[in-house]
Design a binder for this molecule. Structure first.
Ligand SMILES: [Zn+2]
Length: 90
């Protein structure tokens, strides 16, 4: 992914990181995100090593719309769904 395409994701991740790192006194309403600081840091690391936006499950590019909703996503919706509800082996 080109830098100009990832810039907005980086900005979003940095905003999340700031909120997650800050004092927990203020409850966000509605919650900004259900991401953990680990997930956000991991996504920032992937931006730096150029693997951002690629599914860690099937190595397909994660759709942009999905990244806009969850900038910290490391799997596509298919793989994320598979993780949550493992399909029976047939
Ligand atoms: Zn996938």
């Amino acid at each position: 992914m080109k830098v100009d395409e990832t810039g907005e994701f980086r900005a979003a991740l940095l905003r999340m990181k700031k909120k997650l790192s800050g004092p927990r006194l203020v409850r966000q309403n509605p919650p900004v995100s259900v991401a953990t600081l680990d997930q956000v840091n991991e996504a920032l690391r992937r931006l730096d090593d150029d693997s951002y936006g690629v599914c860690t499950g099937c190595f397909m590019v994660i759709p942009r719309g999905q990244l806009l909703m969850r900038p910290y996503a490391d799997t596509c919706s298919d793989c994320a769904g598979r993780k949550r509800t493992p399909a029976p082996v047939s």
